[in-house]
Design a binder for this molecule. Structure first.
Ligand code: PXL
Length: 277
């Protein structure tokens, strides 16, 4: 007889990005690559429009269907499920509407999660601006305070902190501000948006400040990098890493994925999670 050890489990509450580079697809591939049993509860479907500058076409999943997915997942793997490995780690990706934010807020409050990793996806190209503003405000008011780990990119760090960011010192100040606002560990990403040879991210959890720096791989953003970074943090936390260990491992994973990026007919490349193995 063989005995197997149950893998760690992680849930992503995220949107589908039809070309497979970003969103739930990136999360699931990252979980699998890092040895974690991945679960997706889908919030929306994004299909880029090649006839309209590859802007996003966005369709929300019905609220009852989102609630049903969360109910099924919690019953199967939640704290009261009797599962071999209990689901205590969740990643929040694109939610996309105030209604979805309220549905997910309820599930997060009831779910007994130890780790809530928020990738604060604030802007979706092609979304109607008034609608996007409501969504951004709801995300900040209802989801940010529940997060235990937040991974804002340059734009999201400026928006969440209210600061303008053009240097590593600015990024440090913003990371500290976002920690004050959320109480979460913060991994603020400079990426290709900050000038210089290196892709610099700032980790701050209220005690430890660490600058994570690797040589830039090109000067152009790669689709799925942000999703994969937050998903890798989620996977590492699910396996028991500390927030700082998770941040370091996630940065290394994403750097490899960018080195192995995939080109297509779209005007951007996509991160490849599997290239290193
Ligand atoms: O990269 C952010 C992102 C997250 N989730 C979905 C997306 C995108 C960007 O395209 O489509 C579903």
């Amino acid at each position: 007889m063989t005995t197997t050890v149950s893998p760690a489990i992680a849930l992503t509450i995220a949107g589908s990005e039809a070309t497979g580079g970003a969103g739930a697809q990136a999360d699931l591939k990252t979980f699998q690559e890092l040895g974690v049993f991945g679960i997706v509860n889908l919030t929306c479907i994004v299909s880029f429009d090649p006839k309209n500058s590859w802007n996003h076409r966005f369709v929300p999943v019905d609220q009852q269907v989102i609630a049903d997915q969360l109910e099924a997942t919690t019953a199967a793997y939640g704290p009261a499920s009797g599962a071999d490995s209990v689901l205590d780690t969740v990643k929040i990706g694109m939610l996309g509407s105030p209604a979805t934010i309220s549905t997910v807020e309820g599930a997060l409050k009831d779910g007994g999660f130890r780790n809530i990793v928020l990738d604060p996806v604030l802007i979706c190209k092609g979304q109607e601006p008034g609608h996007a503003l409501d969504t951004d405000q709801a995300l900040k008011a209802q989801i940010l305070p529940l997060a235990t780990f937040v991974t804002p990119n340059h734009f999201e760090s400026e928006s969440l902190s209210g600061m303008s960011i053009s240097t590593v010192e600015d990024l440090v100040a913003a990371a500290k501000k976002i920690h004050e606002l959320s109480g979460a560990a913060v991994l603020a990403k400079g990426g290709v948006r900050l000038a210089g040879e290196d892709a610099v991210d700032v980790f701050y959890d209220g005690e430890t400040l660490e600058i994570l720096s690797t040589p830039k791989v090109g000067e152009v953003a790669v689709s799925g990098a942000g999703c994969s970074l937050a998903a890798a943090v989620t996977a590492e936390l699910a396996k028991g890493a500390t927030p700082l260990e998770a941040a370091r491992a996630a940065k290394a994973f994403v750097t490899r994925g960018i080195e192995n990026r995939v080109a297509s007919g779209a005007p951007f490349t996509a991160l490849w999670q599997g290239g290193a193995s």
